[in-house]
Each structure stands twice: as structure tokens, then as C-alpha cells.
Design a binder for this molecule. Structure first.
Ligand code: NAD
Ligand code: UDP
Length: 334
């Protein structure tokens, strides 16, 4: 499926842009979109959860370079750099808990290395932060002013607290060195190229439905999330990056359409026509009960709001996984 990225930046100058985590789900779509806009892209990734499959079509593009690199190590790139999108970090609980100390280091040392690069090059940096910095929220929906409710010692903390520390580093570099920063707090995002085995709910449910396997609902299924389609998110990240220098964020980027996990299961069953049943399993520790972004900041400062409906986004995502199933590429079990 080809996603066309629309944007309002037709009269900009050309930029040389680093995308860390560019071989991952969000990063590879961002690389596609930046190249479509005529930018030069250097993708840095250690392939922990990313895949060369996501960027292979770009390898022959004259404006694209792939560098296998771990952001926990200092980053050296010759020549000018105008922009850095820092997306390097596993995003799914299954993967960020697989190596929790490594995840914390990626968040903290990785962001520090990215900020040092930005400082050396005079580049602007956008940090992919997350709704997880709100933890299990006591305020609903979550505005950027909400300081959060994170358990610092639980199994999700390596990611939540790591991302919080990364935000702190961003703002300290801004205050101390005048680094131009943008902090995007990304809410649950879905779409083609999610890893089928990474444990996230939309990919799990779609793959299970297509295989006729039981749909694994953790807890009662009454917990909520708000799902944003990838094309909307990419447009939001680009708008935030190109917003005036005075706009630092944090800025929530997500779709305020809130659904229960059981409802999303039933939606996916309806779209796929699957006969899979629902199987209820224990709720993971510290699993947030509700999550919905307040997007007034994005609307007012960027004029951004998501415009792909859950139905259309699910159709596109199901089509992607159905194609991969048909070509027998989905071999691993979720
Ligand atoms: P992903 O796992 O598909 O992509 C992350 C990429 O970072 C992968 O390509 C991985 O190999 C790479 N990476 C991980 N550790 C690295 C390291 N130490 N050095 C270099 N590369 C490394 O996840 P995604 O969904 O594309 O998420 C991208 C970013 O967006 C992450 O920072 C994540 O925290 C953030 N985010 C995502 C969501 C979402 O719903 N997908 C929500 C909130 C925030
Ligand atoms: N979830 C589920 N079944 C699955 C995978 C996830 O019920 O097979 C639930 C999970 O417990 C959480 C929600 O779906 O309540 C979203 O999970 P995901 O890992 O996609 O995102 P996050 O918890 O990081 O928001």
C-alpha cells in the first residue's frame, strides 16, 4: 500500500535530516515522507526492533543513506545536519522490557548523544516522547500540563522514566545551550509495518484474526486507548519540526477517538470477517486504564488534527497484514 503524505511545506529549503530509529515502524514512514518532500535523509538504526525490510526500497534512493549505529554510542556524521528526529527506542512493552537496562540507556544516553550531535551541528532536534510519560493517568483526557502518574519501580518504568529523563535533557540543552528542540508526546499509533510479533494490540489482534486464532484480551478489555493512524502521525511530526523555533512542545500527537480494547477487538473481527473467539488473559502490571490525548496544543500551534478514521486506518492495516499472510511472510507466532 502506498501512503501519500500531504503537508503544507511546499516552499521550504532543502534539509539534511538524521532519523534515528529510521528502520522502525514510525521511522521508516517518516523517512519515506521526508524523501517524498525532497529532503536528504540519513537513517541511523541498530536494528533492535527495526528491519531492513522497512527501508530496503529506499536504499537506491540518491538522497537516502542507512547507517547501522547504536545511539548509546557517540554519533559522528560528517557535513552539515539541519534536523534530527530522535525515534530510536523500542516502543512495544514486549521489546522494551526484553532489555530494560538497555532501554533506559537508549532513552537517556541515546538522547544525550543526539543532543550533543545537535549542539555540534547547530541542528534542530525533535524527540519522540510518549503518552507513557503520563503513566496510569489520574487526569482524563491528558493535557501536556499534566505531570503524570508513573510507577518508578515497575516493569514499564525503564521506558516511561527513560522517556521522562529524555524530555528533561531536551529542555536542559535548550535552556543551557539554546538548542532548538521539539518534544512530541506520541499516543498509540498503528498502521502498515507494525511488527506482527511485537505484542502491540492492533498488530496482535489483526494477525490473530487473520489466522483464525483466539483474540487475546488482557484484563477485562474495558481499558481504553486512542489510536492514531501512521500517516496522520507523520504529518504531525513534520509540522512540529517545521514550526517556529519558539514552539518547543511538549505537544501531544494522537487521535482523541477513545475506544475500549474489547471494542477494537470486535472492530477488527468485523473488518476481517474472522470467526476467532475472545480469550481473556491477565492484565500486565501497571497497564494504564485510560488514555486519550487532549490535542488543543497541536491544533492551535500547528493547525494539526488527525483525519484518518479508525475504520479507514484499520482497513489499510488489515490489508497490509493480509498481503503478508498471503505471501506466507508471517511465520512467527504472536
Ligand atoms: P519501533 O520499535 O518500530 O522502532 C524503533 C526503532 O529504533 C527500531 O528501528 C529499532 O531498531 C531502533 N532502535 C532501538 N534502540 C536503538 C538504539 N539503541 N540505537 C539505534 N536504534 C535503535 O517503534 P516505533 O513504534 O516506530 O516507535 C518509534 C519511536 O516513537 C520510539 O521512540 C517510541 O518510543 C515512540 N513512540 C511510539 C509510539 C507508537 O504507538 N508506536 C507511541 C509513543 C511513542
Ligand atoms: N492488549 C491486549 N491484548 C494484546 C495486546 C495488548 O489486550 O494482545 C492490551 C494491553 O494490555 C493494553 C492495550 O491493549 O491495555 C494496549 O497495549 P499496547 O501494548 O498496544 O500499548 P500500550 O499498553 O503501550 O499503550
Amino acid at each position: 500500500m502506498t501512503i501519500q503524505y500531504r503537508n503544507g511545506h511546499s516552499t521550504r529549503r532543502h534539509h539534511r535530516i538524521v532519523v534515528t530509529g529510521g528502520a522502525g515502524f514510525i521511522g521508516s514512514h517518516l523517512c519515506d515522507s521526508l524523501l517524498q518532500r525532497g529532503e536528504t535523509v540519513i537513517c541511523l538504526d541498530n536494528l533492535f526492533t527495526g528491519s531492513m525490510r522497512n527501508v530496503r526500497p529506499l536504499l537506491n534512493h540518491p538522497n537516502f543513506t542507512f547507517v547501522e549505529h547504536d545511539v548509546r554510542e557517540p554519533i559522528e556524521i560528517s557535513g552539515e545536519i539541519d534536523r534530527i528526529f530522535n525515534l530510536a527506542c523500542p516502543a512495544s512493552p514486549r521489546h522494551y522490557q526484553r532489555d530494560p537496562i538497555g532501554t533506559m540507556k537508549t532513552c537517556v544516553l541515546g538522547t544525550l548523544n543526539v543532543l550533543e550531535l545537535a549542539r555540534a551541528k547547530g541542528a534542530r532536534v525533535l524527540q519522540a516522547s510518549t503518552s507513557e510519560i503520563y503513566g496510569d493517568p489520574e487526569v482524563h483526557p491528558q493535557p501536556e500540563s499534566y505531570v503524570g502518574h508513573v510507577n518508578a519501580t515497575g516493569p514499564r518504568a525503564c521506558y516511561d522514566e527513560g522517556k521522562r529523563a529524555a524530555e528533561t535533557l531536551m529542555f536542559d540543552f535548550h535552556r543551557l545551550y539554546g538548542t532548538e528542540i521539539k518534544v512530541a508526546r506520541i499516543f498509540n499509533t498503528y498502521g502498515p509495518r507494525m511488527l506482527e510479533n511485537d505484542g502491540r494490540v492492533v498488530s496482535n489482534f489483526i494477525v490473530q484474526a487473520l489466522r483464525g486464532e483466539a483474540i487475546t484480551i488482557y484484563g477485562s478489555g474495558a481499558q481504553t486507548r486512542s489510536f492514531c493512524f501512521i500517516a496522520d502521525l507523520v504529518r504531525g511530526l513534520e509540522s512540529l519540526m517545521e514550526s517556529p523555533a519558539t514552539v518547543t512542545g511538549p505537544c501531544n500527537l494522537g487521535n482523541p477517538h477513545e475506544v475500549t480494547i474489547e471494542a477494537i477487538a470486535r472492530e477488527i473481527l468485523a473488518h476481517t470477517g474472522s470467526q476467532s473467539g475472545l480469550q481473556f488473559e491477565p492484565l500486565p502490571v501497571d497497564d494504564p486504564k485510560r488514555r486519550k490525548p487532549a490535542i488543543d496544543t497541536a491544533l492551535e500551534t500547528l493547525g494539526w488534527r488527525p483525519n484518518v478514521s479508525l475504520q479507514d486506518g484499520l482497513r489499510a492495516t488489515i490489508a497490509y497484514f493480509a498481503l503478508r499472510t498471503a505471501t506466507s511472510e508471517l511465520k512467527e507466532s504472536t
